[in-house]
Design a protein around this ligand. Sequence first.
Ligand code: RB5
Length: 152
Amino acid sequence: MSKVKRIAIASDHGGYELKNEIINYLKEMDYIYKDFGSYDTQTVHYPDYAFKVGDAIVNGEYQYGILICGTGIGMSIAANKIKGIRASLCHDTFSARMAREHNNANVLTMGGRVIGRGLAREIVKVWLLTEFSQESRHIIRLQKITDMQKPC
Ligand code: RB5
């Protein structure tokens, strides 16, 4: 499976510690990544980081994003406001596989206050290694979402 995927990663203060664990995993697996912050546990605003990572994906600089806040919910809501972003909040490996296989998600969000490091590593592993199925029913459904975002 491809290791040349370029990954943009970011967190707020609530996801900072788990983000460091996931960065360690990305390093161990030789993924190419960039950490878009935050860089400590000072309180920050998660949309700022969701938008940095989302922009880096839609402009083609990075292929996938990983966003971690306290629950993963705020990051997911914010990232999904960006046209072209399909952010998936996953706290189990089945959802992680489905998010890629059926939804062709390009951003994974998780909550640093929800799951432990071991499970988070497994989720990232499955999410990054699973390819989109390319099945027509999924392509049609994703196209409907893309069409909905176009101006009328
Ligand atoms: C920050 O306290 C927290 O609200 C944030 O990390 C996230 O969980 C929001 O969805």
